[in-house]
Design a protein around this ligand. Structure first.
Ligand SMILES: [Zn+2]
Length: 85
């Protein structure tokens, strides 16, 4: 299995996307991972206040890629594409 994980570039940044594929299968899998559940109660409360007072922004259902991450993503998918030919 080939896998690459990207952390979201938002300030909240507690969520990830894992992209993986198997060499002998045509599908590519995208799995969203929210790591906030691993935080303690006080850490989650602190994060909530930061968002509430605009000191942090968080995206609820998307993953933000920085340009260098986008390049990594393209390269990763290109490797899959080339492997399928
Ligand atoms: Zn985010």
């Amino acid at each position: 299995m080939n896998i690459k994980t990207f952390r979201c570039s938002c300030i909240g940044g507690t969520h990830y996307i894992s992209i993986y594929y198997f060499k002998d299968e045509p599908e590519v899998y995208f799995e969203l991972i929210d790591d906030v559940c691993r935080f303690s109660f006080w850490k989650r409360l602190t994060e909530a206040f930061k968002i509430l007072f605009g000191r942090s922004e968080v995206c609820l259902d998307s993953i933000i890629f920085k340009p260098e991450q986008t390049q990594e993503l393209i390269q990763f998918l290109q490797e899959k594409h080339n492997g399928c030919d």
